[in-house]
Ligand binder design. Structure first.
Ligand code: DGJ
Length: 297
């Protein structure tokens, strides 16, 4: 049921928060943050779970999810970006046809969220193991919430909150998707949006984002552009009906498509105990260029 914590085929809680769904060779792969540890408060006041790893679950029907385990695991090296005391959030995976590899981008940070970097890892299989390559400040900017978007011509982009979450940046990825070309544009300047989720439909790009209120819910907004790199305009809150102004007490993380319908994935964060945070997959109704999303099961 939407808004609740879901369980895998073995009856264990699905630990794939801040996640995404990749479709590959007829299987759905759900990647996300494993938060199956105790929630604590860092000296900075930030609420956290020590980094454990990035989970992957597979499914043929988006209903029964098999746990494929941790595909990127915390490091025991205190100098590593993946050490338990760091932040590793919002993993997003895309498949590169040219290299036949899966590339994962993720938000890497210190516990106080001041390092603000993008990390990248690669794997030969969706079920891992992913090899962590490095982290970077994309095009010399800070990077917190992020997503990746693969365009119809297979050019891919890292889309991330920057300038202390004030402005989103769209950084083009290299052909192998593991680096940046240096082509970088901005969207929603000074609008303080995060949790970006992007999709393309009938010639237009859509981006659903949240406001910036930590683990607490706020109003979603969507924007539209005819060009992934420029011209983004904020339009409205797509969430309607009861609790729509609070994104149904959730936060966007990804949009995936099944049978021609786009679905918004939400996290229902529980900052008192992050491992119990729930999920929703909600169909996006598109009428012309207007998006509406209601809470349904
Ligand atoms: C909001 C982000 O969307 C989450 O991924 C997480 O970074 C929290 N902030 C931390 O407060």
């Amino acid at each position: 049921m939407n808004r609740t914590l879901w369980h895998d085929t073995e009856g264990n809680s699905i630990q794939a928060h801040g996640g995404m769904i990749l479709q590959h060779d007829g299987t759905y792969y759900w990647f996300g943050e494993n938060k199956n540890g105790s929630t604590s408060v860092a000296p900075s006041g930030d609420i956290r779970v020590d980094f454990i790893g990035i989970s992957c679950y597979s499914s043929s029907d988006l209903h029964d999810w098999k746990n494929e385990g941790l595909v990127l695991i915390a490091s025991d090296d205190p100098s590593s970006d993946l050490y338990k005391d760091r932040v590793c959030e919002r993993p997003k995976v895309i498949y590169n046809k040219k290299t036949n590899r899966f590339v994962m981008w993720m938000h890497i940070d210190t516990a106080d969220y001041t390092a603000a970097r993008a990390g990248v890892a690669v794997s030969d299989a969706p079920t891992g193991p992913f090899t962590y390559l490095c982290s970077m400040a994309p095009n010399c900017s800070d990077c917190r919430d992020l997503t990746v978007f693969q365009d119809t011509d297979d050019t891919a982009y890292l889309i991330h909150s920057s300038d202390w979450n004030k402005t989103l940046r769209i950084s083009q990825l290299t052909d192998d998707y593991t680096g940046l070309t240096g082509v970088c544009t901005t969207a929603f300047i000074e609008q303080e949006r995060e949790a970006p989720a992007v999709f393309f439909h009938e010639g237009l790009y859509y981006m659903i984002t949240s406001g910036c209120t930590g683990w607490n819910p706020n109003s979603a907004l969507y924007g539209i552009s005819g060009n992934i790199q420029t011209g983004w305009k904020l339009i409205d809150n797509p969430c309607c009906g009861k609790d729509g102004r609070m994104t149904f007490y959730g936060q966007s993380t990804y949009v995936f498509q099944k049978d021609g319908i786009f679905y918004l994935m939400l996290d229902h964060w529980n900052p008192a105990d992050l491992k119990t945070s729930g999920y929703s997959f909600l169909p996006i109704h598109i009428d012309g260029t207007a998006l509406t999303i209601t809470m349904e099961d």
